[in-house]
Design a binder for this molecule. Structure first.
Ligand code: ADP
Length: 425
């Protein structure tokens, strides 16, 4: 499923990339062309003026004769600029007689003459790109009307070099576009995989959680069914005669209820729906209260129960959740201790941090299990541990500590004892 999703996301990303690259390349290409075209048009317009001014000055110099002061000064074009555009030109007078031409191909001049006639007729400039023969030509026709009378200057140049340049630019853009897209696709494939990793892990964990939960719910249900089957098969017996079976079934319903309760807490925690209801309360009182309830159970089991609880510790936290955390740790200590003692401490360390510890001299936890003890449904050694545990208590305790930004740690030695420590800021 994730492979498919990974592939799909990369394909979508690829489509976006291709569109983006096509848009950028087309943008660069067209923008360059427009700017170039505008520039060329402007250059040709100036060239027409330069040529006109130049030719007029020549005429003037000629008229006043050689070796005059003005002629020695050179053509008056120096005033306009000396840069010459690589273009041919033709000058027509008001009768459409060619009075000057600097051209490489007379056929072209004939072909574009109608443009000059039109310009003269309409008394305006024109600019066109036209195919003449095999090549495209850029033609600027400029109309003049001054003391020298009407004239038309036609400047034209073939676009062969530009066309080579445009096709080169388009090839370069295509190659960079395709290779850029290919490189970005590979990168996006890698990054999509990376970003999917936590989603896949959460999904796998969720799947395991549902499978474990169903399994854990099936066990007490089977026990209830088996016990009730025995009761049902006894047609004659009274309730009292079947007390053992009914007790078994009843205690399993309690296990189920606890399990469902814990599952709901974790499901809400996963969905971030469990909001903290923060208030200020006395932590010392909560710990004392929980311990008083547990003391009786410990006594019944024949274990000593010690409390070293400093008075007056107040904290701002979610009361119900903190109480639940304390219950889980103290209940486990009593549950997994057969002889010896359980000691509950609440004190402030030298950094004024509140420390809550629950120590027992119970069965302990093997080193290999310590890392996994906070995992959901993890039970260190099912055979050695009391039945009825759900394996969810410590994961809930850890979650409560985490959401309050407390640290919950464990130290344990098998068959010696266990110590859970909660550090609060
Ligand atoms: P459970 O409902 O099984 O007690 P928990 O999540 O509270 O579930 O605990 C997970 C496992 O951690 C237990 O099954 C047990 O193996 C181990 N454990 C927890 N507390 C103690 C303890 N005080 N001493 C020894 N083992 C413990």
């Amino acid at each position: 499923m994730f492979r498919k999703l990974h592939f799909k996301l990369t394909v979508y990303m690829g489509i976006v990339l291709v569109l983006f690259m096509a848009f950028i390349s087309a943008g660069i290409y067209n923008f360059t062309r427009i700017v170039f075209e505008d520039g060329s048009k402007e250059l040709m317009r100036s060239e027409a003026l330069r040529i006109y001014a130049y030719r007029n000055s020549m005429r003037f110099d000629f008229r006043i004769g050689p070796n005059t002061y003005l002629q020695n000064m050179g053509p008056s074009m120096t005033i306009i600029g000396t840069q010459k555009l690589d273009a041919s030109h033709i000058i027509y007078n008001g009768n459409m007689d060619k009075i000057y031409a600097e051209e490489d191909n007379a056929e072209i001049a004939d072909e574009i003459k109608p443009l000059a006639e039109k310009s003269l007729e309409k008394q305006e400039d024109s600019y066109v790109v036209k195919k003449v023969g095999r090549l495209n030509y850029r033609i600027y026709t400029r109309y003049f009307d001054d003391v020298n009378g009407q004239s038309v200057v036609q400047v034209y140049q073939n676009m062969i070099n530009e066309e080579i340049m445009w096709s080169f630019l388009s090839t370069v853009l295509r190659i960079t576009g395709f290779s850029g897209t290919a490189i970005l696709l590979v990168i996006s494939f890698i990054f999509t995989g990376k970003s999917l990793k936590p989603v896949r892990e959460t999904w796998i964990r969720q799947k395991e959680f549902v499978a474990d939960a169903s399994h854990e719910l099936r066990t007490p249900l089977t026990v209830i069914q088996t016990n009730l089957d025995v009761v049902m098969s006894d047609d004659q017996g009274a309730v009292a005669d079947n007390g053992v079976w009914l007790d078994n079934a009843y205690s399993e319903t309690r296990v189920m209820a606890k399990l469902i309760d814990q599952l709901l807490i974790l499901a809400k925690a996963d969905a971030n729906e469990e909001k903290l209801d923060i208030s200020e309360f006395s932590l010392s009182e909560v710990v004392e209260n929980v311990c008083q309830n547990m003391e009786a159970i410990a006594e019944k089991k024949g274990i000593d129960f010690h409390m070293n609880i400093e008075d007056g510790f107040k904290i701002k936290a979610d009361y119900d959740k903190i109480r639940r955390l304390i219950v889980i740790l103290v209940d486990n200590a009593v549950k997994y201790t057969e002889k010896g003692s359980v000691t509950v401490n609440l004190f402030a360390d030298k950094n004024k941090k509140k420390i809550f510890t629950v120590e027992d001299t119970g069965i302990g936890i093997a080193k290999k299990d310590l890392d996994r003890i906070f995992d959901r449904f993890y039970r260190a050694d099912k055979a050695r541990h009391r039945e009825g545990g759900t394996g969810l208590g410590l994961s809930i305790a850890k979650w409560i500590a985490d959401v309050h930004k407390f640290t919950l740690t464990v130290e344990s030695t098998i068959n010696v004892g266990t110590k859970f420590t909660v550090k609060m800021p």
